[in-house]
Design a protein around this ligand. Structure first.
Ligand code: NDP
Length: 324
């Protein structure tokens, strides 16, 4: 259990941060160091980074497990005094200049500002069988579920870094991995593509679209179609769908937030949304590069801007440091 957990629903917060990935937890470190009463609400710790097996591009660490990195962020946020609540946020309503945040267990939490940092949601393939067999052989996270497929034959769908990462990871666990890429090339990095190429038990199938997932109680196979119309079937026990993410922001419609065409939250350079008092950071915003280190930086900006918003024209206080 985290060091600081929420103790009293009646409390009013200076800031509620939605999401505990690199953006949300960095924001929490900065807001609590500015002595802002901070509550982080999230379904889990770390968001996408926690699902990454090995992070090799976060400065300061040559290589670190994603979950371990996320836990380090959380320890630091806890140490500076941020409170944590592990629930789903269901709605946010404006109450004069303030906000009421509602959670899945019917808590109503009052706050002066909000930082939205809840990241993206895995994209569905939208093929027959996917919904029915999700959790029964269909998965969206190789790092979480990979070990369940030891010695089995599996498919990874996608051509970006996530799919390449998943295929390489699964090559060490599964008997045979098929990587189904809908185009004739990868979108991911060369270094990851080379690792997949070097793995003996990965078969890459380019120009191949997944058309259906087969199985009664569990996944038993997959149907595909190659450009030009040739159809085929693979006998497999698991399918890892790694085809990117979508922004799930519909639940915020009542706030009148400006969104991009892709439904990401539009922010200024300083992470302000068009609604005064609401800030956003990380992958859920329109930033081009969805990377952990960038999200952390954006979280910092959102926190400092929320602090500035609360301070008005008064001079900014220096960072607050916890007493030893
Ligand atoms: P991307 O958006 O980069 O790639 C999505 C892939 O899925 C593309 O190849 C796309 O094909 C394919 N795709 C999309 N829809 C379908 C569909 N319906 N059927 C079949 N294929 C489909 O997403 P990722 O999750 O791979 O990466 C997201 C971000 O996270 C990137 O910025 C990435 O660099 C980063 N990341 C970095 C890692 C690392 O550095 N080790 C690890 C994992 C992620 P098409 O190309 O045809 O559009």
């Amino acid at each position: 259990m985290p060091e600081h957990t929420m103790s009293n629903d009646k409390k009013e917060y200076d800031v509620v941060i939605v999401g505990a990935g690199p953006a949300g937890l960095t924001a929490a470190i900065y807001t609590s160091r500015r002595a802002m009463k901070t509550l982080v609400i999230s379904k889990d710790v770390g968001g996408q980074i926690a699902l990454t097996d090995d992070v090799e591009n976060y400065p300061g660490f040559n290589s670190i497990g994603g979950l371990e990195l996320a836990q380090k962020f959380m320890e630091q946020a806890n140490k500076t005094g941020a409170e944590m609540l592990f629930e789903e946020v269901c709605g946010i309503n404006q109450d004069g200049k303030e906000f009421i945040v509602s959670t899945s267990s019917n808590r109503q939490i009052k706050t002066k500002t909000v930082i939205l940092a809840f990241g993206l949601t895995p994209r569905n393939l939208d093929v027959p069988g996917e919904k029915e067999l999700t959790g029964r052989g269909v998965t969206y996270c190789a790092t979480c579920d990979g070990p369940l497929y030891k010695g089995k034959d599996v498919v990874v769908v996608g051509g970006g870094n996530s799919a390449l990462d998943a295929a390489e990871y699964m090559s060490k666990i599964a008997n045979q991995v098929y990587l189904l890429v809908r185009k004739d090339k990868f979108r991911g990095e060369q270094v990851l593509a080379q690792q997949v190429h070097d793995a003996k038990n990965v078969t890459v199938m380019f120009n191949t679209a997944t058309t259906g997932i087969l199985g009664k109680d569990r996944v038993e196979g997959l149907t595909y179609e190659i450009d030009g119309g040739k159809k085929g079937e693979l006998k497999i026990q698991g399918i890892f769908i790694e085809i990117g993410h979508v922004a799930t922001t519909k639940w915020l419609d009542n706030l009148g937030l400006e969104l991009t065409e892709r439904k990401e939250i539009k922010i200024t350079e300083d992470c302000e949304t068009n609604v005064p008092g609401i800030f956003a950071a990380g992958d859920i915003t329109q930033i081009t590069y969805k990377q952990a280190v960038i999200s952390a930086g954006e979280g910092c900006k959102a926190a400092l801007q929320a602090y500035r918003y609360l301070q008005g024209d008064k001079p900014l206080l220096p960072d607050w440091t916890p007493k030893k």
